[in-house]
Structures are given as structure tokens and as C-alpha cells.
Write a protein that binds this ligand. Structure first.
Ligand code: SF4
Ligand code: SF4
Length: 489
């Protein structure tokens, strides 16, 4: 007899986006207009314009924001940072995190409801297009829509997602490279085209299918709300004192005339119908609430109609909803600005003291030193030069002390905010080497007064054998042989 694997039946919904049997509960929030919707519309479209045009602007020849992962350089408002500047980058990223913590502690999930690209594009671009093609959505059976409408809608979504993917990629590869990719055949750059196609697919998946689940299941910021918010943070909530006990409009008069207590909530469910994450805010503060204020607009509209004051659902704090007054200053609202001030001060100080160029010796694979006929050791060296200025600079290299540089003064031109390298050969007296290498200095300078002494580790022999004025060529390969010989003796 096969065992009985009957699944337990859940009476209540676990997630607002799941049915009791685990299937997806497809949300089609009802459209609502109100003062918050108007403000959000203005903010959303301003952000869409900024997001779209920002990669095309230039500050000192650089985009305001470019996170170039391929070249491993990050540009913020015209200043480029490379992985070599880890401290500056770390300070900048930490400052952004602390600023987000502070914003959340004071204004709650204002980012989610008003500025997050997910909310902005879904609620103010994709959803209105869907309503245009399929109707208002709520309660409308899908089969009632003519197939051409659905096909056209998906075609528009695809074009939109392609545009969005291009805009998104512009922040990571830059507009110049993006134009190059766009103008050439995909066969010329299959990897780049693959990245573009995958990004479009991700946009389609998210905005057409996954939608609110990104906020309720995936987004880590949403998960952190329980620790980032406190009882005095701004949230959207339902005034239970005023709203309960609920009763439908039809039953109100009867209850009122019988002297029974009646709250202001008329059980119209509009606050639930407009919610993009499908929750009922009357059940209290929930992780799924993205503070979009659509329920506020919906309820205010109802309150206006029944002649009650607005604000049954409104922006407030958990303490104020419960009639508790704030006791003294809030610790996190005091500590976050203090930390932010320290981080920003350190960042600005380092930025001001940042040298016009970073110059350092880098590994040169397979290079060997050689002994010259004049009795010196010639060692190839590679220098990495990062130009931190907004000008193209020419850097020249010369020796210091007993270290000289072979040939005419070597130089290299490095473009503004770019990195370059130069290969030089330094000459040192053979007798100055002891244990296979020595230290030495060279001087690197540009044409605008910047100069820097660069400390080198110069490879050379363990010992030099000379006879009758003849220099024996000593190479890196023979160095091992000499070491073995010495050990043998
Ligand atoms: S919209 Fe307002 S009145 Fe209607 S159910 Fe929600 S809270 Fe109650
Ligand atoms: S409960 Fe209200 S504020 Fe929260 S997500 Fe739903 S509609 Fe937006």
C-alpha cells in the first residue's frame, strides 16, 4: 500500500503573491489617482529622464557615473577611481550605505515607493502600457482581450526593454562602446551582443512576469527593513483607532442608529485592490509594503466620498499610530549622520590630497637582467602610471644616484583619467647587487610640475665574476646555477 502523502491544506495565504495551493497569485492592481500619485508621477518621470540622459553627459570628458567593470575603473562625477584606490572606493561605498541607512531610519522605504527603478518603470511605464492595451485590468477576464492587443503589447514591451537594457548597460560600458556595439553586426562582437540579449531578457522577465516578486522575495533592501526601521521611522499605516470596527456602507446606518460603535473604514477593499504587492495594510506594517502610497490615495478618495476626514491610511510613525510620543532624540538618527560626516570628511581629505598620478612598479613577466660590457647590470622594469588629472600628460623617466635609465629619456603619454605603462631598462653597478636584487630610485615627472621618486626593486645577480676586464654575461637563468654552485662549495 502506498503511503498517503496528502499535503496539509493551509487556510490562510502565506504570501500576498501566492495562492494557498502555492500557485502564483497574479496581481493586477486597480488604477488610482490622487495627490500622492501626482507627486510620484512627477518624481518618476524626472528620474526616468535623468537615468536616460545621464550616461550621455560629460564632466571633464567623463560621464557623471560609469561603473566600467571591463576596465575595472569607476567614475563618479568626472573623477575616475581604479581598484588601486581601494580606500577611496571603500569610503565612497560605505558613505552611500550609511546615507541609505539614515534615509531609511527617517523616511522609511521612501526609496522603494518613490525612486527605485523597479517601482518607477513598473508603475509608470509598463503597467500604464498594459492598462492601455488590456484595459483597466482589475476583474477583467484575460480572454476578453483581442489577441492582437496582447501581441502588440508584448512587442512594445520588447522595444522598451531593449531601450532600457541599452540605458542600463551604458552605465557599465559607457556610451562610446555601446554605440560601437550597436553599429556593428552582432557577429563582430558575439559576447557583447550576448550581454545585451541577456539584459533584455532579464528586463522582460522582470517587468512582464516577475514584477512585485522582486520586491517581496528577492530584493535584499526589503529584507533589511526590520533592522533599518524603528518605531519612529516614517511608514504608511492604517489608523486602527479610527477605522475599527469596520462596517460596509449599507450596514452603517443601522448600526449607527442602534448606537453600536462604527469605525470609518467602510470595508470597500480599495486599499487592497490598488496595492501593487497585494497586501492589506489594515493588518499592520508588513515587509511587502513598499510605501508607494497608492492605498493612501485610494482611501482618501473613499473618505472624501463618505464625508469623512482624509488620512485613515496615511504616512506616520508606528509610535504615533499607537499614540506614543517620541521619547528624546533617536540614537540611530544621531549616530548615522556622525558616521557619515566622518566618512565623508575622510573621503574628501583623501581626494584633495590625492596625487596627480599614481606610479608604481609592476611585474614584468619573463624579464631577465643582463651584464653589460661596461660592467653594469641592465634590468628591464615596467611602470604602471595612472593619470589622475583631467589633462593628457607626458611622463618622463630619469635615474637617481647610481641608477641610470638606458637610452634617451623614456617617456609615455597617458590620457586624462586613464592608465598606461612604460617599459624601461635601468642600469646599476654590478657590485651593488648582493642577494639577487637591490633597491633603487628613479624620478618620474610630467610637463606640469608634478614629479615623483619611485622606489624600485631591481633584479640582478647574486655575485659577479669578472676576469681581465671582461664582463661575463650573467642572466637570470645563470643565477640559479650560481646559487647551486655556492651551495655545493
Ligand atoms: S480603502 Fe479605506 S475605507 Fe476602504 S477598506 Fe481600505 S481602509 Fe477601509
Ligand atoms: S500597502 Fe499601500 S503603501 Fe504599501 S505597497 Fe500596498 S499600496 Fe503601497
Amino acid at each position: 500500500m502506498s503511503p498517503d502523502f496528502t499535503l496539509p491544506q493551509l487556510d490562510e495565504r502565506v504570501l500576498s503573491t501566492l495562492n494557498c495551493d502555492g500557485s502564483r497569485r497574479w496581481l493586477s492592481p486597480r488604477e488610482v489617482r490622487g495627490s500622492f500619485w501626482t507627486s510620484r508621477f512627477v518624481v518618476a518621470w524626472s528620474l526616468i529622464v535623468v537615468f536616460t540622459v545621464l550616461p550621455w553627459f560629460r564632466i571633464a570628458g567623463k560621464p557623471p557615473l560609469l561603473l566600467d567593470v571591463m576596465l575595472r575603473q569607476f567614475t563618479f562625477f568626472g573623477t575616475t577611481f581604479r581598484p588601486t584606490e581601494t580606500l577611496l572606493l571603500a569610503l565612497l561605498i560605505l558613505s552611500i550605505f550609511v546615507a541609505v541607512f539614515l534615509l531609511t531610519a527617517i523616511y522609511g522605504r521612501v526609496w522603494c515607493g518613490w525612486a527605485c527603478p523597479q517601482t518607477v518603470y513598473l508603475e509608470f511605464v509598463y503597467r500604464p502600457i498594459e492598462r492601455f492595451f488590456l484595459g483597466a485590468g482589475f476583474g477583467k477576464p484575460k480572454q476578453a482581450v483581442a489577441p492582437w492587443r496582447r501581441v502588440t503589447m508584448y512587442a512594445v514591451f520588447l522595444l522598451l526593454s531593449a531601450h532600457l537594457a541599452n540605458t542600463f548597460l551604458a552605465y557599465f560600458v559607457g556610451t562610446d562602446r555601446l554605440i560601437g556595439w550597436t553599429l556593428r553586426s552582432p557577429a563582430d562582437h558575439p559576447v557583447a551582443f550576448g550581454i545585451f540579449a541577456a539584459t533584455v531578457a532579464m528586463m522582460m522577465f522582470d517587468f512582464v512576469f516577475f514584477r512585485e516578486q522582486l520586491c517581496t522575495i528577492v530584493c535584499p533592501y526589503g529584507r533589511f527593513q526590520s533592522v533599518l526601521l524603528d518605531r519612529d521611522s516614517l511608514v504608511i499605516g492604517y489608523n486602527k483607532e479610527r477605522g475599527e470596527p469596520r462596517s460596509r456602507v449599507a450596514a452603517r446606518r443601522e448600526l449607527e442608529s442602534a448606537g453600536a460603535p462604527v469605525g470609518d473604514c467602510v470595508e470597500c477593499m480599495k486599499c487592497v485592490q490598488v496595492c501593487p504587492t497585494g497586501i492589506d495594510i489594515r493588518e499592520g506594517l508588513q515587509l511587502e509594503c513598499v510605501n508607494c502610497a497608492q492605498c493612501v490615495d485610494a482611501c482618501d478618495e473613499v473618505m472624501e466620498k463618505i464625508g469623512k476626514p482624509k488620512g485613515l491610511i496615511r504616512y506616520s510613525t508606528q509610535n504615533l499610530f499607537e499614540g506614543v510620543k517620541q521619547k528624546g532624540p533617536r540614537f540611530r538618527v544621531a549616530i548615522y549622520p556622525a558616521i557619515l560626516a566622518v566618512l565623508l570628511a575622510a573621503f574628501v581629505t583623501l581626494l584633495i590630497r590625492r596625487e596627480p598620478a599614481l606610479i608604481e612598479q609592476t611585474r614584468l613577466a619573463g624579464s631577465n637582467f643582463k651584464a653589460t660590457l661596461s660592467g653594469e647590470i641592465a634590468t628591464p622594469i615596467r611602470l604602471l602610471i595612472e593619470n589622475h588629472t583631467h589633462l593628457s600628460e607626458r611622463y618622463s623617466v630619469s635615474g637617481i644616484g647610481d641608477v641610470s635609465v638606458l637610452g634617451d629619456i623614456p617617456n609615455v603619454t597617458v590620457e586624462a583619467s586613464e592608465a598606461g605603462s612604460i617599459d624601461i631598462t635601468v642600469l646599476c653597478p654590478a657590485h651593488s647587487f648582493g642577494r639577487g636584487s637591490r633597491l633603487g630610485d628613479i624620478f618620474v615627472h610630467d610637463e606640469h610640475g608634478f614629479g615623483k621618486v619611485v622606489h624600485l626593486t631591481i633584479a640582478g645577480p647574486f655575485s659577479i665574476k669578472q676576469s681581465a676586464g671582461h664582463a661575463k654575461e650573467v642572466s637570470g637563468e645563470s643565477r640559479n646555477h650560481e646559487a647551486k654552485e655556492r651551495r655545493h662549495k
